[in-house]
Design a protein around this ligand. Structure first.
Ligand code: ADP
Ligand code: MG
Length: 728
């Protein structure tokens, strides 16, 4: 085994970059090649189908069967030109990743032959045998069938030989069984709530878009080294492994030169992404060794999220071509940074006005401040819920550890906006908010300096940071579906905007001028958020944990407990008022979350115990045996002198015995704890029991990592951190 490990390392180290198959033309020429976008719609659809489809996409008009048939016919022609043979509804069940079931286009032609067939019905709806997807008992209680139905706001695309149709996934009785359905509802809710406010500023506004720009962090590991680590293969993270002497302490990886093998992978990935219409823009090294990031240009939230789901899948495929495996787990390695997926979020009108950025004039600035303050109020009210939306068995390892946001949701405003809010409380309500530098300074004016607009300060320790024209929700995990966080955030903001509008109407009814009424409605909100959710200090510090409790922010760190937030009265009211989730859906989803949590920890714990039993202890024993033989030999040769001569060996032997004993006992205890947990039927109680096992995993890795430090390098069966993290 030992030689094999060195062979693997040597092979991995010797690997050279694979040549990239550069497509013909510039990225702008092949961008979206595999997407049935508007240009393709115009080219491949007849006039009536095109009109019907655009009415559906732009104005939410229902798609009738005749139009669907026409659309399917056009899509088929386009797909066949690309060699497509199969079609699938592509959906996002409550697992990680996407689901697809491929059907061949092949059908009998009724004349004894076969043809390629694809009609409106197959485009619009499918009935996958969905009983194996997590549903939290919804389908058991209601009806066994699940449906997928096309989401025309996300374009159809081609992957390999398959036409992929983005769909929602719902039960026969209409409950959402996926991530997309509630997201679409939340996006509608935030638009419906925001439009009446926007209309005060610009009557032409009819729709408000939510925008998402995700930043996907990931690790790359050589595939052969990966295959030699059962923990990585099965759980996506290393359950054991002693720190490398050097990891990220020199800060030499962040933004460093990209290794050539990685660069080849990134280029291939970008080409694949661009062909799929994903506007990948940024690539760079991240903080930890072998950690990288990929970010596109932001886009409408539903589409941007689909693209993120798609790219996570494409990353895995492309990585294998380059002899890598992509790790999307939030904490693949202990002691170095974990991976997040910052969700850059903003709102904007269909007239092109960004709502989370300062405006062109005092009126625009007032609109910005209105949305800015209401967003903060929503985050304050639902801080515990927002944290619950990003909580998972995997993300739990990242929150509060090594440069990750803490397990407390607060908001960073930056110096300028903090000052603006304080100033607004001091001045009369009709004071204009100006951009300083453009109009001359005058005392008493509320100003946003011009430089601020594209040069905001940053706070890397804040989970929800304002960055000049957007908020960056940084606590989202790297393997999460952004829809979870985006659904809650947009819904919470929708609720807040509706409440704000109602309060504003009361002020307006008093006959106040619009700007005065708005400021009078905003002021009490500003007063309530500044001392609570707004925090610009160091979110990683221990003092903040104490302070956050005083402020009434949620500081819960146990995932099973956090999940309870979804069904607490304030969340329930918010989700049902906005029409995003029903009570039954929320209850079912909680069951799924607890179940998933328990299963993940259960798998980790099984892998851990087996690795301790089958890999670690045998390696330690073989080293022990080697030492024992050496001691015995010394005794034979030198007689009683062996005691002094073999003092170091005897010390090591004692350490080995102690560590083996510790690991054995702890592994056995873990097995017993698992047995007990498995007997619990209530999903919440079971998750609580597994939470303890998750903590015990940390404890068990201690003697194991210590053994790695002590045992002969030749005898160690697993690729070490220094090998996994530094070969690319
Ligand atoms: P950072 O400096 O935070 O790492 P990146 O350039 O890596 O920034 O990513 C920032 C992301 O935010 C990109 O996806 C970018 O398109 C997106 N973004 C920029 N402006 C907005 C906005 N107004 N709304 C939403 N996302 C935005
Ligand atoms: Mg970035």
């Amino acid at each position: 085994m030992s030689t094999t490990r060195f062979d693997l390392v040597k092979d991995a180290f010797a690997k050279k970059a694979v040549a990239v198959d550069t497509p013909k033309g510039k990225p702008s020429e092949y961008f979206g090649e595999l997407v049935f976008d508007r240009a393709k719609m115009c080219k491949y659809l007849d006039a009536a189908s095109l009109k019907g489809l655009l009415a559906c996409i732009d104005n939410g008009q229902p798609l009738d069967r005749k139009t669907a048939d026409g659309v399917a016919a056009g899509m088929k022609t386009w797909a066949l030109e690309h060699g497509v043979t199969h079609v699938t509804h592509w959906f996002q069940p409550l697992t990680e990743g996407t689901a697809e079931k491929h059907d061949s286009l092949l059908d009998y032609d009724g004349k004894g032959g076969v043809i390629e067939s694809f009609d409106g019905k197959s485009l619009a709806q499918q009935e996958p045998d969905a009983s194996s997807f997590p549903n939290g008992g919804i389908r058991a209680t209601f009806e066994a069938r699940g449906y997928t139905a096309w989401d025309p706001t996300s374009p159809v695309f081609i992957q390999d030989d398959t036409l992929c149709i983005p769909t929602v996934f719902i039960s026969y009785t209409g409950e959402a069984l996926d991530y997309k359905t509630p997201l679409l509802k939340a996006l509608k809710a935030v638009s419906d709530a925001a439009v009446p406010i926007c209309k005060i500023f610009d009557p032409k506004v009819t729709k408000v878009y939510s925008y998402l720009g995700w930043e996907q962090e990931y690790f790359l590991v050589d595939e052969e080294l990966y295959a030699a680590r059962p923990d990585l293969m099965i759980t996506g993270r290393t359950l054991m492994g002693h720190n490398s002497s050097k990891n990220q302490q020199l800060d030499d990886h962040y933004f460093g030169a990209i290794p050539s093998r990685v660069m080849a992978f990134m280029r291939d990935l970008e080409i694949a992404g661009h062909k799929l219409g994903i506007p990948i823009k940024t690539r760079h090294n991240e903080v930890a060794p072998n950690q990288f990031e990929l970010a596109p240009i932001y886009g409408e939230t539903n589409l941007a999220n689909d693209q993120n789901q798609l790219i996570m899948n494409v990353m895995n495929i492309v990585a294998r071509k380059h002899g890598f495996v992509v790790l999307l787990h939030e904490k693949p390695f202990d002691g170095v940074n974990g991976s997040g997926k910052h969700n850059n979020w903003s709102l904007g009108t269909d007239t092109g006005t960004p709502l989370m950025a300062p405006g062109k004039d005092a009126k625009g600035n007032l609109q910005f401040v209105t949305f800015f303050v209401n967003t903060l109020a929503a985050v304050q009210k639902h801080n515990a819920l927002l944290k619950a939306t990003i909580a998972s068995a995997t993300n739990a390892h990242r929150l509060g550890a090594n440069e990750a946001p803490p397990a407390i949701v607060s908001a960073f405003l930056g110096k300028t906006m903090t000052e603006v809010l304080h100033k607004l409380l001091e001045v009369p309500s009709d004071t204009p908010i100006e951009i300083a530098g453009k109009k001359g300074k005058s005392l008493g004016l509320v100003e946003i300096p011009e430089i601020f607009v594209d040069n905001t300060d940053r706070n890397r320790t804040s989970p929800f940071a304002f960055t000049g024209n957007r908020f960056e929700f940084r606590a989202v995990g790297s393997c999460a579906n952004c829809a979870g966080a985006m659904t809650t955030l947009n819904a919470a903001v929708a609720e807040q905007l509706t409440e704000f509008k109602a309060a504003l109407d009361v002020e307006l009814a008093k006959g106040k001028k619009v700007n005065v009424a708005i400021m009078d409605t905003l002021k009490p909100i500003i007063k309530s958020i500044l001392p609570v959710v707004c925090f610009d200090g160091n979110g990683y510090s221990d003092e903040w944990k104490v302070e956050a409790v005083k402020r009434g922010l949620d500081v819960e760190t146990s995932v099973p407990e956090m999940i309870k937030e979804f069904t607490k009265p304030a969340s329930l009211a918010m989700f049902t008022k906005t029409g995003v989730y029903t009570e039954a859906e929320l209850a079912a989803r909680n069951e799924v979350k607890w179940e998933t949590y328990s299963k993940k920890v259960q798998i980790e714990s099984r892998v851990m115990v087996r690795m301790v039993t089958n890999h670690i202890i045998p390696a330690a024993i073989s080293y022990k045996e080697k030492l024992l033989r050496e001691v015995k030999l010394s005794k034979d040769v030198f007689g009683d002198d062996y005691v002094t001569m073999c003092a170091p060996e005897i010390t090591i032997l004692k350490t080995l015995s102690e560590l083996i004993e510790k690991a054995t006992v702890m592994a056995e205890n873990m097995r017993q704890a698992r047995k007990k947990a498995n007997a619990i039927t209530d999903e919440y109680e079971k998750a609580v029991a597994y939470h303890e096992i998750a903590e015990a995993l940390f404890a068990l890795r201690k003697p194991v990592d210590k053994l790695e430090e002590v045992v002969d390098n030749d005898a160690w069966p697993l690729p070490k951190y220094r090998e996994l993290l530094f070969i690319s």
